[in-house]
Structure formats: structure tokens, C-alpha cells
Write a protein that binds this ligand. Structure first.
Ligand code: ZN
Length: 230
């Protein structure tokens, strides 16, 4: 079973959106349904699937990032998913990328990566700039962005988004030194706009950080379900 939040030893920890510190989810489900279950974080599931069958299958050291409501992650070293003794780790979304005047995050800190680069953050900002309705369909939003490429505020924001994403990726590279980073979640739907820009930014800054391959997740929305059974 795949869940949002940090999962360790059958418990989900730090579920900021629900204000919960720890929930013994495995025990609750097992008692209710009388079956044995394993629970795992959704980004770790998707990462495992990408590592086994998708965009990361040819890399031993790799990082998967799920850019959606937040930013979840999975880290692989020498082909194995990193499983620290303490917590689940790879919570890249809560890496601070903006210390000065950072946006407050539900985790209690300021300037977390996901407050700038999650797809939730991206979509909210685009809606604000283009005055789009709150419930707009992502495909419709992509069309609106393409129609408004002359809008300077929007262009400036896309540039800023890409720069922030670059900062997060460069930090990960400096710590983990993966051979590849795969970007998944709903980021994939915006690839024509964001991925293209990101590759240009990486090229512009090639003298700053030696970046590995930055690839797009290839298994789509099914990755989480595939990974849940691995
Ligand atoms: Zn945070």
C-alpha cells in the first residue's frame, strides 16, 4: 500500500497536512481488515518502479523526485533503495533553498524546496498570474501557458521556477552524486514548458555544477502502483 508521508516501520510520520506526528497505519489497517499489509511512501514506490522498469533502470546511483502536491524522493546507491535506520529520509521537499524571506512550510521551517518547486506551487502561481479559475484542468492550463508566452510576468516566473529547481537539483547532486535524477509526478505533463527550460538552465550553468543526466519519469501515474508491489 502506498501512502503520503514519511513511512518507517509501519508508521507514517510527520503528516504535516493532517497535523499528525505519527500514525500506526499498518497496525490500524491490519486490525481492521485482518490481513497483513506493507506500507510504503508514494514517492519511494514510484522511485522503485522507475529504478526497476523505467527511467532509472540503467543507473546504480540515482535519485527519483516526485513533483506533485509536495516533493517526495527516493535515493538509490549501488542499486539499492537507501533505507536509513532512523527515519525514511530522502525528504528532499523539505530542503531549504531560500533562507531569506523563505515561504513558510507546514513542517515549521521556511523556504523549503517544495514551497517553490512542487507542481502545486507552480500551478497556484500560474493561476494567479493568468487569473485562471481555481479548478482548471491541467491540460487546459498547459494550453493557457502556451498561449501566453508573450506575458512577461509569466515568462519571468517560469525562469524563476526553473532556477529554483536547478538549486534543489544541484544541492542533491553535491550531496548524493547520483548518475541520474528522474523527475516524476505531474511535472511530466508540463515537460514542454518546464523540462526544456530546465535543460537550458543546466547548460547555462554547466561550469558551476557538474550535473548528471536529468531524465523524465517514464512510467507515468502507474509507477506508484507498480512500485508498491516490488
Ligand atoms: Zn518544509
Amino acid at each position: 500500500m502506498l501512502v503520503l508521508g514519511e513511512v518507517k516501520d509501519g508508521k507514517v510520520k510527520n503528516i504535516y497536512n493532517l497535523g499528525l506526528k505519527e500514525l500506526p497505519l499498518k497496525q490500524i489497517i491490519e486490525e481492521f481488515y485482518q490481513v497483513e499489509v506493507n506500507i510504503r511512501n508514494d514517492a519511494k514506490c514510484a522511485g522503485l518502479a522507475e529504478k526497476e522498469y523505467g527511467s532509472l533502470q540503467f543507473y546504480e546511483d540515482a535519485v527519483f523526485l516526485c513533483l506533485g502536491t509536495g516533493i517526495g524522493g527516493a535515493t538509490f546507491l549501488k542499486g539499492e533503495l537507501l533505507k536509513p535506520h532512523r527515519n525514511a529520509g530522502s525528504e528532499y521537499g523539505h530542503m531549504v533553498i531560500q533562507k531569506q524571506d523563505g515561504i513558510p512550510c507546514k513542517c515549521g521551517r521556511y523556504g523549503c524546496f517544495e514551497k517553490y518547486c512542487s507542481m502545486k506551487a507552480f500551478k497556484e502561481k500560474v493561476k494567479e498570474i493568468l487569473a485562471l479559475p481555481g479548478n482548471i484542468d491541467p491540460r487546459e492550463m498547459i494550453e493557457k501557458i502556451k498561449e501566453n508566452r508573450q506575458n512577461e510576468v509569466l515568462e519571468q516566473y517560469i525562469k524563476q521556477y526553473t532556477e529554483d529547481l536547478y538549486i534543489g537539483l544541484a544541492n542533491i547532486v553535491k550531496i548524493i552524486e547520483p548518475q541520474a535524477i528522474s523527475l516524476g509526478g505531474s511535472f511530466v505533463y508540463f515537460k514542454d514548458i518546464l523540462y526544456t527550460h530546465l535543460l537550458e538552465t543546466i547548460e547555462e550553468k554547466r561550469n558551476l555544477v557538474e550535473m548528471p543526466k536529468i531524465v523524465l519519469a517514464s512510467l507515468g501515474n502507474d509507477a506508484g502502483m507498480i512500485g508498491a508491489v516490488l
